[in-house]
Ligand binder design. Structure first.
Ligand SMILES: NC(=O)N[C@@H](CC(=O)O)C(=O)O
Ligand SMILES: [Zn+2]
Ligand SMILES: [Zn+2]
Length: 353
């Protein structure tokens, strides 16, 4: 007897626990790519200027809803951008009013639009004490910015220099180490307390650092934290497919206009939203772990954030689909925004119905 592989996969509707929806024309062009598959998404606040006030977050939520068709059930979950001077009372007020659900910590100058980020984590102790008290999660871009540290070591060094001491000082703080890229991070989270979790992107499950240099310089595979060696990719695949509830889906879809990726100083970020769930499904199937995709994509995240699971379902069909090499997505004025999707030119085995 031969067992036929499943032709269709029905999943509880997933959420994206880390996405960049941007603003203006880019927001209008990319919002639907996320909303067509995910029920909710944790929307990053690194706009320019960044989202540092309750009023700015409210206005941004309105713009996100306006970028989507009427009746879209998509729910953006906004975040506050931490600076050295943000007032903990403003954070607590936005949380109490349901305007934002988490705070984002960018070490200053670590990544795109992080110049206004945090210079010293110790210096924002009153903010962290507030988060601990009110149970609001802290989401961290975990890389040191010390130029002496090799770029491939910045995540591991951040864990040792900053994350471990931070968890020691604030044992009740709920922390998500975002877009982990190393075996070091996966091990640290796995052996850490229940209030520590991590998101994992599709690209860090698919590519290692060779992808940036295959046959020439490939800006579409450049993101931060930068992809690491193969052993790290394999460790991330093991973590994502392990069933451990501290690991969950966060695409870090980070669209940049074509010209900004190919510039003299090209922007970091991979636009993976259009085929995100298919991209994860390909990984879980290759690891014989399709039965664990639903936990990773639809259950672990809401449980960590203390939110209900989505009621809806999505269906994936085993229908190979070719990913276009470019996408021309329209903004509200009908102007096309050109973007290169992750998996451009490749064939993915599953297709979202
Ligand atoms: N991941 C990236 O490479 N870029 C993100 C910022 C971030 O998540 O660090 C962006 O906003 O472009
Ligand atoms: Zn980041
Ligand atoms: Zn990001």
């Amino acid at each position: 007897m031969t067992v036929q592989p499943a032709q269709q996969l029905v999943l509880r509707q997933p959420d994206d626990w880390h996405v960049h929806l941007r603003d203006g024309a880019m927001l209008q062009a990319v919002a639907m790519a996320t909303a067509r598959q995910f029920g909710r998404a944790i929307v990053m606040p690194n706009l320019s200027p960044p989202i540092t006030t309750v009023a700015a977050a409210r206005a941004y939520a309105t713009r996100i809803h306006e970028a989507l068709p009427d009746g879209s059930g998509f729910q953006p979950l906004l975040t506050a951008y931490l600076t050295d001077t943000i007032d903990p009372r403003e954070i607590a007020r936005g949380h109490a009013e349901g305007v934002w659900v988490a705070c984002k910590l960018y070490p200053a100058h670590a990544t795109t639009n992080s110049a206004a980020g945090v210079g010293s984590i110790e210096a924002i102790t009153p903010v962290l004490e507030t988060l601990e008290r009110i149970g609001m999660p802290l989401l961290i871009h975990g890389e040191v910015v010390d130029p002496e540290i090799d770029i491939f070591d910045r995540e591991a060094v951040f864990i040792e220099r900053h994350l471990e001491p931070l968890l020691g000082r604030h044992p009740g703080l709920r922390v998500v180490l975002e877009h982990i890229t190393t075996a070091d991070a996966a091990d640290f989270v796995r052996s850490g307390p229940a209030n520590l979790a991590a998101t994992i992107t599709p690209h860090h499950l698919h590519i290692n650092r060779n992808a940036m240099f295959r046959g020439g310089l490939r800006p579409d595979f450049y993101c931060l934290p930068v992809a690491k060696r193969e052993l790290h990719r394999l460790a991330l695949r093991a973590a994502a497919t392990s069933g451990d509830p501290r690991f969950f889906l966060g695409t870090d879809s980070a669209p940049h206009a074509r010209a900004a990726k190919e510039a003299e100083c090209g922007c970091a970020g991979i636009f993976n939203a259009p085929y995100a769930i298919e991209s994860y499904a390909a990984v879980f199937e290759a690891e014989n772990a399709l039965h664990r995709l639903e936990g990773f994509a639809s259950e672990h995240g809401p449980r960590f954030y203390g939110l209900p699971l989505n009621d809806g379902r999505i269906t994936l069909l085993r229908q190979p689909q070719e990913v276009p090499s470019r996408l021309h997505l329209n903004d509200a004025a009908g102007q096309a925004v050109d973007l290169v999707p992750f998996h451009a030119g490749e064939t993915l085995p599953w297709r979202l119905l």
